[in-house]
Design a protein around this ligand. Structure first.
Ligand code: FES
Ligand SMILES: [Fe+2]
Length: 398
């Protein structure tokens, strides 16, 4: 992050701390159907999750040609692979013969994809390379039987995909820098492109995919939900936010920030005295903690169920036991607090069908959660495109 921007953020925080204030925005209500309605859920998958990039897995988990990672993303089976040219490619994990999955979920490594059903074989570029008794398939020319492609890019230490099937002639390239915008540039300046995963975790979350973001885009809950964990580090109900389109950057000053008052301004840095949340619409969350980052992506599975993929990124693989222990403590602290958030989200989801609430209320310091909802609503009802226009962010980005 530029030095001038760090100083501006610190000054902004000091002004709020001096008056016990917070930045505030528009209040909102969120109708309960948003968390329960299966038709609405399907519209979110079709309209939002098929349009925007998501952080899929750390790029460093695919270091060598042939390394691949298979996962279902919002109902679309995807396999990402480091291809012969060293670049990441992503395909629908479905054989073009009769649809069997080429790879089981998770990591693997191979020089070609071989379907377990009848052994159709694909190169790492997705082209059909061979099939037994090929002359029986004159009606299915090899050129028409390449794996279906998915838009993909590598950035900030992650493989990003838009979980949708590309049509013939569409480019698979994603202009991810344009999409990540000024906040992506922040993270790049911290060195994220070279950071590596230290810890990974995935789990099923019995709550709608939006709930973790509601909870993590406000600090109103800190002193209560995190009383026994991270609350003492932060100010009560203090939130500062900047937005770039649907993306959000939330600055959380730590109580140590006040110590900077006694130090020359040219020594001020945000790193040790803040946490910074970077939220990339629709479902990628990065908590920048100065010398490392905790990242999670929430994937929708059903109105009341989602899957969370979490990664802790560090600048380099630890070389000593002391370094391992240091990062391990950070991982435990992060997930200790986040588990409190996820448990409360599950608790809330479990009451939604009771009829007690027709809608949820977001107060003035929860305005970033409210903005997230209004961005979801806007994405669900995009303006009618001019006739002949190509719709979808991925298409606009190629
Ligand atoms: S389904 Fe893959 S080879 Fe038949
Ligand atoms: Fe929290």
């Amino acid at each position: 992050m530029r030095y001038e921007e760090q100083i501006a953020l610190i000054r902004r925080a000091m002004a709020l701390i001096a008056h016990g204030g917070s930045e505030r925005g528009a209040v909102a209500e969120s109708p309960i159907e948003r968390y329960l309605d299966p038709l609405r859920f399907q519209r979110e998958v079709d309209t939002i999750f098929r349009q925007y990039p998501l952080a899929l897995c750390p790029a460093a988990t695919l270091p060598n040609v042939g390394d691949s990672f298979a996962i279902d993303v919002a109902g679309l089976p995807i396999v990402a692979v480091r291809a012969d040219d060293g670049k990441i490619k992503a395909f629908v994990n479905a054989c073009r013969h009769r649809g069997a999955r080429l790879k089981p979920a998770g990591l693997s490594s191979q020089r070609v994809f071989v379907c377990p059903y009848h052994s159709w074989t694909y190169g790492l570029d997705g082209a059909l390379r061979g099939r037994p008794h090929s002359s029986d398939f004159e009606h299915a020319p090899a050129a028409d039987c390449a794996l279906a492609r998915v838009p993909v890019a590598e950035a900030l230490g992650f493989v990003w995909v838009v979980p949708r099937v590309l049509q013939q002639g569409e480019s698979a390239a994603l202009d991810i820098d344009a999409w990540l915008g000024r906040f992506g540039a922040d993270l790049r300046s911290f060195g994220y492109d070279a950071w590596v995963p230290f810890h990974e975790r995935q789990f099923s979350n019995a709550a709608n995919w939006k709930i973790p973001f509601e909870g993590n885009l406000e600090t109103y809950h800190f002193q209560y939900a995190h009383r026994e964990s991270i609350a003492p580090l932060f100010y009560d109900n203090l939130l500062m936010a900047d937005h770039d389109r649907q993306h959000q950057r939330i600055f959380l000053p730590k109580r140590t920030l006040e110590s900077l008052c006694d130090q020359p301004e040219d020594t001020w840095r945000v790193g040790p005295h803040s946490n910074i949340i970077y939220f990339f619409f629709p479902a990628t969350f990065i908590l920048h903690e100065g010398d490392h980052a905790n990242v999670f992506t929430v994937l929708p599975e059903a109105p009341g169920r989602s899957r969370v993929f979490g990664t802790t990124l560090v600048p380099e693989a630890p070389k000593t036991e002391k370094a391992v222990n240091y990062w391990q403590r950070n991982v435990e602290s992060f997930w200790g607090a986040l588990d409190e958030d996820f448990a409360l989200g599950v608790s809330a989801q479990s009451t939604f069908s009771s009829g007690a609430n027709r809608s949820l209320y977001f107060g003035a310091t929860e305005w970033c959660s409210a903005k997230f909802h209004s961005d979801v609503e806007a994405a669900l009802e995009p303006p009618d495109p001019p006739s002949g226009a190509v719709t979808g962010v991925a298409s606009k980005l190629v």
